[in-house]
Structures are given as C-alpha cells and as structure tokens.
Design a protein around this ligand. Structure first.
Ligand code: F6P
Length: 328
C-alpha cells in the first residue's frame, strides 16, 4: 500500500442514520492500524469551515459501535455551498495538516464533497449513510436496515390497536423521494396497501383495494404511505377521503417521523459500517479519490462519487409483485 497520506479527517453530514458511529469508529481504527493520524470533524462541513476538529485515536471511538445518531454531530451547511465557505474549509484543513477526507452522508453531502475536490484537488471518499437507501452504487446505505426494523416494530404495534378496534390505519414512513422503506416494511408488516413514489396507485384503485379487503372478511387494515408518494393527498387528506367514500371504515393516521432515524444500529448496519470504513481508508492510502464505498452482490465495491450522485437507486420490482400477491 503506497502511503503518502499522513492524516485523514472524517465527518458526518446530512440527516443522521444508525451506523454512522460504527463507520466513524471503523475509519478511526483503520487509520490507527496503518499508523496514520485521524481527526474527527464536528458538525459536518460547517465544522470544517470553522476548524472544529479533534484528534482521534483508536480509544477515542470506544463504546460507540452500538450507538445511534452521530457523535460527530451533523449539520446542513449553507456556507459550504458558497466558494468563500469552501475556501475557508480548505484553509482549515491545510492548517490542521489534513490531507484527505471521508464523508459519511447522503447524495447532498457527496455533491459538496465532489465540488470541494474539483476546486482544491483534495482527496475525498464517500460512505453512504441515510435511512432512505436512495443512493446509487450500493444495495444498502448505513441506517436503512435498522430503520426497517424500527418501522416494522412500530407498525406491528399499530396493528394490535388497529385489529382491536377494527380500524384502518394510514402509517406514513420516511424515505424522502423513494419508497424503499415503505415497500419493505409494507411486505414485512403485512400491509394491505403500500403507496410509494415509484408507482402511483391512484385514489380509485386504493378504494377498490380497501373494498375488496373488507369484502374478503378483513376487519382492520394497515396502509403504508411513503412520505414522497404521488397520490396527491397528505395522509390526513387520505383519511378524510376514505372515510367519506367508505363510511364502514373508521380511519386513523400515524406519522412515524424522526423516531425512524434513531436507535441502536442493527448488526447488519454495524458490520456494513465496519467494512465500509476499512475500504474508504484503504482506498485513500492506495492514492485513489472520488469514490463511494458501497455494497454490491454482498461485496464492498467502489463507485465513482459522480455516478453515485447522478444515478438513481431502483425500487425492487419483484418485491412489488410479492406485495400484490400477499394482499389477496
Ligand atoms: O434523509 C433522511 C430523512 O430522514 C428523510 O427520510 C426525511 O425526508 C428527511 O431526512 C427529514 O429531514 P430533517 O432532518 O431536515 O427533518
């Protein structure tokens, strides 16, 4: 391994996700393994601008593999979007002797990292961390698996009360513009219908499906609604609409919100984070830059950051078919 780099910094940016701490730990420990210095950058790109760094060694990251959130904090920096802000960030890094950067975050964070690399030829590597799983170049982003488990548990609990009262529940889940969480949780929790942005079911088909399920003898139902779905009504408007057209249903709404981003990471996310951190640092030490580390066919693989930003994650069509069959 060619090792000209002597100091690497790691930061988390955008929405936090379970597994980010495990990834920070992995980056720091891999640096320690190769005897290079490592700095943690607090508050994402904003902290980089302000020189909010702390020297990390292998022991600095003890007891964090099991923790949700990010010990480095995270922020969405508007100043980093300006050339002046990025210039300040570059000067802070130089002053600290930092020669490469690992960014743990989503596509917005990667766009910032790429811009920074273009302007200052500064080596950057990306680790995908977001519960949404909306990043091209990996089948799983950090936090996605944990979020699925968190949401499935929440929906199971809602099912208990739904069936006790013979109610229909609309449960809104996160996912930004994609329906990965909704689709997987919908299948995993046995939802009646799943509304995702990738397929507009339409109000008529929704009613038809609910009528069919009532007729088939079901007394309660769960409909999972992705926050980015394209049906054209909020979950609260959907409730009113269904109650108006199907008086036989008593409807309730549950918006799960930010609890989906919290909690201790699943074993899958911890292992994935550990693998990704090692690969990110080793890739930098091989003299490479501008890649995102991802999981493809269960192997850790590199995708050019540019493709990760431009590409689109695909919804699992086979799972959509499974879901259709399961709701008969
Ligand atoms: O990207 C993660 C995510 O939790 C999305 O699912 C959601 O749309 C968004 O972040 C919420 O962002 P904020 O933290 O600004 O409320």
């Amino acid at each position: 391994m060619t090792n000209k780099i002597k100091k690497i910094a790691v930061l988390t940016s955008g929405g936090d996700a379970p597994g980010m701490n495990a990834a920070i730990r992995s980056v720091v420990r891999t640096c320690a393994y190769y005897n290079i210095e490592c700095a943690g950058v607090y508050r994402g790109f904003q902290g980089m601008i302000e020189g909010d760094f702390k020297a990390f060694n292998a022991r600095s990251v003890k007891d964090i593999i099991n923790k949700g959130g990010t010990i480095l904090k995270t922020a969405r920096s508007t100043e980093f979007r300006t050339p002046e802000g990025r210039q300040k960030a570059y000067e802070s890094l130089k002053k600290e002797g930092i020669e490469a950067l690992v960014v743990i975050g989503g596509d917005g964070s990667f766009t910032g990292a790429l811009q920074f690399n273009k302007e200052f030829n500064f080596p950057v590597m990306g680790i995908p961390g977001t519960i949404d799983n909306d990043i091209f170049g990996t089948t799983h982003t950090l936090g996605y698996d944990t979020a699925l488990n968190t949401v499935v548990e929440a929906v199971d609990k809602i099912r208990d009360t739904a069936s006790s009262h013979n109610r229909l529940f609309f449960v809104e889940v996160m996912g930004r513009d994609v329906g990965h969480i909704a689709l997987n949780v919908g299948v995993g929790a046995g939802a009646e219908e799943i509304l995702i942005p990738e397929e507009n079911l339409g109000l008529d088909r929704l009613l038809e499906s609910l009528r069919r399920s009532k007729k088939s003898g079901k007394s309660s139902s769960i409909v999972i609604v992705a926050e980015g779905d394209k049906i054209g009504k909020t979950v609260f408007e959907l409730k009113d609409y269904v109650e108006e057209h199907m008086v036989e249903y008593e409807v309730r709404v549950s918006v799960l919100g930010h609890m989906q981003r919290g909690g201790s990471p699943s074993c899958f996310d911890r292992v994935l984070a550990s693998r990704m951190g090692v690969k990110a640092v080793e890739t930098i030490l091989e003299g490479q830059s501008n890649f995102m580390v991802g999981l493809i066919n269960d192997k850790i693989q590199l995708t050019p950051l540019e493709n990760a930003v431009k590409g689109k994650s695909k919804i699992n069509k086979e799972l959509m078919r499974v879901s259709d069959i399961m709701t008969t």
